[in-house]
Design a protein around this ligand. Sequence first.
Ligand SMILES: NC(=O)c1ccc[n+]([C@@H]2O[C@H](COP(=O)([O-])OP(=O)(O)OC[C@H]3O[C@@H](n4cnc5c(N)ncnc54)[C@H](O)[C@@H]3O)[C@@H](O)[C@H]2O)c1
Length: 262
Amino acid sequence: MGLLDGKKALITGARKGIGRGIALTLANEGADVGINDIVDDEVSRRAAELVTNRGVKGTFHAGDVSTVAGVNAVIDSFLAEHGRIDILVNNAIFPDQSRPLFDTDEAYWDRMMNLSLKGYFFGAQRAAKEMIAQGNGGSIVCLSSVHAYVAIEEWTAYGTAKAGLRRMVKGLAIDLKGHNINANCIAPGAISNVLPDGDDDVIDGAPHDPSRFTKHLPAAKGGLPSDIANAVLYLTSELGQYVNGETILVDGGMIATKTMQD
Ligand SMILES: NC(=O)c1ccc[n+]([C@@H]2O[C@H](COP(=O)([O-])OP(=O)(O)OC[C@H]3O[C@@H](n4cnc5c(N)ncnc54)[C@H](O)[C@@H]3O)[C@@H](O)[C@H]2O)c1
C-alpha cells in the first residue's frame, strides 16, 4: 500500500534534479507519473523508465511549459496517456536564474515570468479544471524558493517570480474552495540537482560540498531532491490535505538565519 496508490501525477521539468526526485518519490508511493521536460533526450526517457520500473506507469511528455499553448499540449498529452490528472507539480526552471540588475532586459524578464508565473498559473488553472470535472479533488504544488523571502544580489527577477508563487497558491486555494483541491508551494533552500553518478535507480545525486554550509546554515549541509520530494509527498497525499494556500520552506533552516550567504 502506497500513500498515492492509483493517483496520476504530472511533474514539469522533471528530467533531472528536484523534479526527477519528485517523480521517483511519488512513483514509490504508487502514483502513475508523467514526466515533462523541454529537453527530449535519453535522460528524459530514462526518468520515465525508472518510474515504470517501480511497478506504475511512467510516461514522458516533451514540451515547453512557458506558454499557454505549451502547457495545454503537455496536459493534453498526459491526459491521453493517463485518462485523468490528480496531482500537478509545477517545477520547471531554466539554468541561468540570476542576472545583474542592469543586464536584466525585457527578454530575460519575460522569459522568467513566462515560465515561472504564467506557465505555472495556466498549468494550475487547466489541471484544476480537469480535477473539478473528474470530481475527486486533487493537489497542485508549485516550486518557490528561499529567494521569495530574502533578497540577494542579482536574483531580483527570479525572486520576484518565486514570491509571486507564494501569493498565487493562496489565490488558487480560495478560488478552488469546495472542490477538495489543495494548492501549495514548497520553497527549497540549496538543493543539489545533479543526476546520480553510476547507479541511476536512486533519487539523489551527489550532495553539495558541506563545507559550503557550515558557517551559517543550521543543517550544516545542502539539501537533496528527496528532501523536497518528501514535502511534495506530504502535500499531495492524505497526510497534507488540510494544508492549503501555504508555502513550506524546506531549507535546512536557511531563512531562520535571515541570510543566504555562508
Ligand atoms: N536546486 C535548488 O537549489 C533550488 C532552490 C530553490 C528553488 N528551486 C526550484 O526547484 C525547481 C527545480 O529546480 P532544480 O534545481 O531541480 O532544476 P534543474 O535545472 O535541475 O531542472 C529543471 C528542469 O526544467 C527543465 N525546463 C527548463 N525550461 C523548461 C520549460 N520551458 N518547459 C519544460 N521544462 C523546462 C530543464 O530542462 C530541467 O530539466 C525550480 O522551480 C527551482 O526554481 C531549486
